[in-house]
Ligand binder design. Structure first.
Ligand code: NAD
Length: 343
């Protein structure tokens, strides 16, 4: 989907500041955006977790921290963005429990500075990377778009606090925003040149593929006695390129309709841990030994969401509809980048 042709700026080009654009999901958004011509991309990232090698040649890059308001002002004054997409965050649930204040500082205080500078420079459009973690132990699955957020850890709470800040900022300053609540982001760019490289890696698919690459002996399954079809937990896996297209559609919608919204981005289906491992066995041809361990505290049996609202309002459709296609795209990246971007 294209952004409105005349853009927002005097030049007819929409300038988008992508905060966290050197990270996993942000870099895939940049890949998708850079295939279109009607706007200019500026990446802001402190590279605490992002990768300089994920930034395509020719894309403007500012190394800066969103908690540095002076740097933000310099960047806004220099580039005069029309819209901000905000991917920056500390993203580990476990780490957030151990260091909640660090998480509130980066995810909440950092976002406050960003919104304040947006306000000062009269930037009205904001797309926010929220998370399924705002829902905590969901009472209804698939989780509907209008489910009540009840986060159960500091990470999820930082996302919920920002969502509330956005609503009040719209009320006070006329900010227009979209919150995208992702479920499990996964997969890699179709070229095989860009993919997932977190340190430490905690996500299931890259961990499984590390077994196929001989980097770990087996994959742990935490509990096989849940009330699911094979006893293992069910999660919702969304391809990172599908997330990227949801961002582009969201911005186009905001510019056209000028209406703030929140959307769940899930598949409505979900796969068990065993199904994901089996898909990886089929894709890689490797036996991928698994090891059943005790359940982890706080792991719900099933966590999936529909995307009814995003489909109806944004016309968003997933391109990657099977776990095999998602795992195959991840494998294409990992087998040629065995140490991620430091291959
Ligand atoms: N990966 C998932 O499955 C998932 C699921 C739900 C929500 N999210 C959200 O999506 C966003 C992107 O996640 P990701 O997996 O791409 O993470 P990531 O760590 O790969 O990307 C985050 C990027 O932000 C940068 N960053 C962090 N703090 C910064 C700061 N203070 N100043 C400047 N740059 C900073 C990092 O260097 C990194 O490049 C996050 O907000 C995350 O909470 C991710």
């Amino acid at each position: 989907m294209k952004l409105p042709k005349d853009g927002l700026s005097a030049t007819g080009v929409t300038k988008i500041l992508v905060c966290g654009g050197a990270g996993y999901i942000g870099s895939h958004l940049v890949q998708e955006l850079s295939t279109q011509q009607d706007y200019e991309i500026i990446i802001l990232d402190n590279l605490s977790k992002g990768h300089i090698k994920s930034i395509p040649k020719g894309i403007k890059f500012e190394k800066a921290d969103i908690r540095d308001k002076t740097a933000l002002e310099r960047i806004f004054s220099k580039h005069k963005p029309d819209a901000v997409m905000h991917f920056c965050a500390s993203i580990s649930v476990g780490e957030s429990v151990a260091d909640p204040l660090g998480y509130y500082e980066n995810n909440v205080a950092g976002t406050i500075y960003l919104l304040q500078v947006m306000k000062k420079y009269n930037v009205k459009y904001f797309i926010f990377s929220s998370s399924a973690a705002i829902f905590g132990n969901a009472k209804e699955v698939p989780i509907p778009d209008d489910a009540r957020p009840e986060p159960i850890n500091p990470y999820g709470d930082t996302k919920f606090v920002v969502e509330k800040m956005l609503a009040w900022s719209e009320n006070a300053y006329g900010l227009k925003y979209i919150c995208l609540r992702y479920f499990n982001a996964c997969g890699a760019h179709e070229s095989g040149d860009f993919g997932e490289d977190h340190d430490p890696e905690t996500h299931l698919i890259p961990l499984i593929l590390q077994v196929a690459l001989g980097q770990r002996e087996s994959i742990s399954i935490f509990g096989d006695d849940y009330e699911t079809k094979d006893g293992t937990c069910v999660r919702d896996y969304i391809h990172v390129t599908d997330l990227a297209t949801a961002h582009i559609r969201s911005l186009a919608y905001l510019i056209k309709e000028n209406k703030s919204q929140s959307f769940n981005l899930g598949s409505g289906e979900g796969y068990t841990v065993k199904e994901v491992i089996n898909a990886a066995r089929n894709v890689t041809g490797h036996p991928i030994p698994d090891k059943v361990e005790d359940r982890r505290i706080g792991d719900p049996a099933i966590l999936i969401a529909g995307s009814t609202r995003a489909e109806q309002i944004l016309g968003w459709k997933r391109k990657y509809n099977t776990i095999e296609s998602i795992v195959a795209s991840a494998w294409k990246y990992h087998k040629t980048h065995i140490n991620g971007y430091n291959y």
